[in-house]
Ligand binder design. Structure first.
Ligand code: ZN
Length: 459
C-alpha cells in the first residue's frame, strides 16, 4: 500500500477497509491472475504426465530461452558471458560452462542485471547477509507464472485458489495503529481470502483468532509458521476441538521448524505442505504428499556446488535474470535419482539448509522475524545504502543506517513510526546514521543482531 492509500485506509471504518482491500485485491488479480497465469496452470497440468525425457527437453528449451534473453537484454550478462559461445549451451550439463554469479557480484551490478521491461513490477529486498536494499524487477509474466506454479502445487494437495475459502496469516500491514476494537483480520472478498494479521498472533490474542476461524471455516490456510504456531499452541493447550478441518496448511516466508510442524498439524488435524521460499526467485521447491521436497523441473535448474551451496537458475526471472546464482543456502539433491513414492518425476531434495531467520523480541508483541521489517526499506530504496537492527536489551532496539545523499529526516520519522507500530510503544528505538556499519566478522554481516536472545539462547 502506498502512503496516501495507507492514510485513507487508516481513517476508514472496518467495512470500508474490507472494501478497499478487496479493490486492491481486484487490481492485483488483474496483474497476477491474467491470461499467462491461466495458460501456465493448464500447461503445468498437461505436462504433469510427461516422461522424464520430454520434461528434460522442455527444461532445456526454457534454459536456452532464458540465457538468450539475458544476453540480448541485460547489459551485465552481455559482459559477463563475453568470450563464451552461448550457442554451445544446449543441455543442463552445458550450463556448467557458464560462470557462477555470487551475491557480491549481483549486489554490485543489480541495476545492469535488469532487463528493459517497461511495465515491470518492482520489489525491494534487503539481503540478510549484506543489509543492502536491492531493487528486483519482475515482469508481469514472471509473477503470473510463479503464482501459477505455486497454485498448481497447492492444487495437487486439493486446495484451489480463488475458488475455495482461504485464510492467510500475513505479515502485511492490516490493522491501523489507533484501532480500539479487537478485530484483527480483514476480508479480501474478491479473492475469497480472509487475511489475519500475523503481527497480532500472540498468546493473549489467540482465542480471538480461533473463534473467528471457527466462524469462517477456511478450506485451506497459508501464512507464516511462527504466527500459526501461536494459534496452534492455544488450541492444543486448551484442547479445543475445531469444527472444521482445512485440506492443508501451506507455510511460507519463514523457516519451518519441526516443533512448529508438530504443534500446527496436531491443532488443525491436517498436514502442512511446506515450500522453500526466497524472494529473489528460485525454482519451485515444494513438499509432496509423502512429505518429501521436490524441485520442479518446469521452473528452473538447481545445482549443488562442490562446497554444497545451492546454485539456482530460475525461468521466472525475465526482469532480473538469475542464471547460476549462488544463493548462499546449502543444498543436497538425492543422487542416482531414486524415485519418490509419490510417483513424481521431479527430483527429490535430501537436504536444504536455509540461513536461520533472525528475529527481534518485543516486550508485548512477541518475536518478529525480519520479514516484518521489509516495509522499512521497501519505502526508501534510494535513501538507504545499508541497514542493520541490533537489540542489546529488552527495552530498546538500535537501528543503524548508512544513508545515501537522498536520506532525509522524514525517513527517520517513518522508520520510527514503523518500529513503534511493530514493537509497541513500550520500547525505545535509537535510529542512528553512521558512516559505516561494521561486519560481525571479516566476512559476516547480519541484518538482525539479537544480543538478548543469544544470551538467553532462545529459539
Ligand atoms: Zn514425492
Amino acid at each position: 500500500m502506498h502512503n496516501l492509500q495507507r492514510r485513507v485506509y487508516e481513517k476508514a471504518p472496518v467495512f470500508l477497509q474490507n472494501i478497499l482491500l478487496s479493490l486492491e485485491g481486484y487490481r492485483k488479480t488483474k496483474n497476477v491472475y491474467g491470461d499467462v497465469y491461466y495458460s501456465h496452470l493448464i500447461e503445468l497440468a498437461n505436462k504433469n504426465h510427461l516422461k522424464e525425457e520430454e520434461v528434460r527437453k522442455y527444461q532445456e528449451k526454457e534454459l536456452r530461452k532464458l540465457i538468450q534473453h539475458a544476453v540480448n537484454n541485460s547489459p551485465f550478462y552481455k559482459e559477463f558471458y563475453k568470450g563464451i559461445d552461448i550457442a554451445e549451451i544446449q543441455t543442463i550439463e552445458d550450463l556448467k560452462k557458464l560462470p557462477v554469479l555470487d551475491k557480491e557480484t549481483l549486489e554490485k551490478n543489480i541495476n545492469f542485471i535488469h532487463t528493459n521491461h517497461r511495465s515491470s513490477i518492482i520489489r525491494i529486498l534487503a539481503s540478510n547477509k549484506t543489509g543492502k536494499p536491492l531493487k528486483f524487477l519482475f515482469t508481469k509474466e514472471d509473477i503470473q507464472k510463479r503464482i501459477a506454479l505455486r497454485d498448481f502445487f497447492r492444487k495437487q494437495h486439493g486446495a484451489i485458489n480463488l475458488e475455495m475459502k482461504r485464510a492467510s496469516f500475513s505479515s502485511r500491514w492490516l490493522i491501523p495503529t489507533k484501532q480500539q476494537k479487537n478485530l484483527l483480520w480483514r476480508n479480501n472478498f474478491y479473492m475469497k481470502q480472509r487475511l489475519y494479521s500475523a503481527h497480532y498472533c500472540s498468546e493473549q490474542n489467540a482465542e480471538l483468532f480461533v473463534s473467528d476461524l471457527e466462524e469462517y471455516k477456511p478450506d485451506f490456510i497459508d501464512g507464516l509458521p511462527s504466527a500459526l504456531f501461536e494459534i496452534a499452541k492455544y488450541i492444543n493447550k486448551n484442547k479445543v476441538i475445531l469444527s472444521f478441518k482445512p485440506i492443508a496448511i501451506f507455510t511460507v516466508y519463514e523457516k519451518l521448524y519441526s516443533h512448529h510442524r508438530r504443534e500446527i498439524e496436531e491443532a488443525f488435524g491436517c498436514p502442512i505442505r511446506d515450500q522453500y521460499f526466497s524472494s529473489e526467485g528460485v525454482p519451485l521447491i515444494s513438499e509432496c504428499v509423502k512429505g518429501k521436497l521436490h524441485y520442479n523441473l518446469f521452473s528452473g535448474v538447481l545445482e549443488s556446488s562442490v562446497e554444497g551451496d545451492m546454485i539456482v537458475t530460475c525461468f521466472t526471472t525475465q526482469g532480473t535474470p538469475l542464471i547460476r546464482y549462488n544463493i548462499g543456502d546449502e543444498l543436497k539433491l538425492i543422487k542416482n535419482q531414486t524415485k519418490c513414492e509419490c510417483g513424481s518425476i521431479h527430483p527429490v531434495i535430501e537436504y536444504i539448509n536455509t540461513s536461520v531467520p533472525e528475529y527481534l523480541q518485543s516486550k508485548s508483541n512477541g518475536k518478529l522475524t525480519s520479514i516484518y521489517f521489509s516495509r522499512i526499506w521497501s519505502n526508501f530504496p534510494e535513501g538507504i545504502n545499508k541497514i542493520q537492527f541490533i537489540q542489546n536489551s529488552e527495552e530498546s532496539i538500535d537501528v543503524l543506517i548508512e544513508g545515501t545523499e537522498n536520506y532525509t529526516n522524514a525517513i527517520t520519522e517513518s522508520i520510527h513510526n514503523t518500529m513503534e507500530y511493530l514493537f509497541g510503544r513500550d520500547m525505545t528505538f535509537n535510529i542512528r546514521i553512521v558512516d559505516e556499519i561494521p561486519y560481525l566478522t571479516e566476512k559476516d554481516f547480519h541484518l538482525v543482531v539479537n544480543n538478548v536472545a543469544s544470551r538467553k539462547y532462545l529459539c
